[in-house]
Design a binder for this molecule. Sequence first.
Ligand code: Q9C
Ligand code: ZN
Length: 343
Amino acid sequence: MKTVYNERHGQHAATHEFFRGRLVPAFEVPARADYVLKALQDARLGEILSPVDRGLAPLERVHAPAYLRFLQGAFAEWRALGGEGDAFPAVWPVRTLRTDVEPKSFAARMGLYSMDSGTPLTAGSWDAAYWGAQASLAGLDIALGEEKTAYVLTRPPGHHAGADFFGGYCFVNNAAVAAQAALDAGLQKVAILDVDYHHGNGTQAIFYERADVLYASLHGDPQTEYPFFLGHADERGAGTGLGFNANEPLPAGCSNEAWFAALERLLARLADYAPELLIVSLGVDTYGGDPISHFKLDRPEFAALGRRLAAFGAPRTLFLQEGGYATEAIGLNVVAVLQGFES
Ligand code: Q9C
Ligand code: ZN
């Protein structure tokens, strides 16, 4: 399988993140992608390619232009105000507060355009995220061509980013950008299967009222797991999108049998939908050794996931890297999925 590698990923480099009132060492670090790259090379999985620049337009198909403009200039604003280190939001427009007026204050706009204080905005976050979207578009091209499949190695991840907010280590929703680009290229039915430990609230929200992108996710139950405020089983879509969103929340600590049973339920829905393209939001924070998650998958289960997705038999499959924080293991876990898929 060919990989598109976002070699600018290291521009987003947070040393610390805000957690339980303290700055703790960041979990979403450049070494994650470095380990995956090395594992791909060691396994000789296939050619590793660089993205080309298709500009902002494909990002604007799923993100609010004002949000993208803010992200693009945010770090420079932070520095100009005398901010040291990375920038974090600290105030949010929750219920009863207005979101229709964009404040002048930088602190206020940080809150307007974010969902948590755990996602540091660093000097190169925009560059890394922008090129991650470009890498996803390049991966899509390969998957839509004669290869039929591709893997996109990028960070920061994307599935928590909404149309107009960042959070959960995500800034640009790569899966949403790729799905929309596929439709814009003429496809009519795209499915996104999100196997990251966390519910992809951003992806779900972007396509919630649409039937042309089916979003299906299995994840830690939001009653106890991030992102907490979305990802319940009763979220089935709305309007023309009713029935085109499927969530399988699972209790933290659940067995691998329960995980695969939930996967089967989602695949049954996906088979019924019969997408022309399956996008896999491939988080491997479902790994038993993950430091911030609570499922128990290991290498044999990742290989089994890959084999199962191949057996599903979507005409085209695009794998996009999402989470996974057991830094040294994620390369082997990702390769297990991709090799399982190709076996
Ligand atoms: N310090 C993805 O996997 N909270 N995002 C972590 C631990 C946020 C995970 C708290 C987790 C976000 C793409
Ligand atoms: Zn995750």
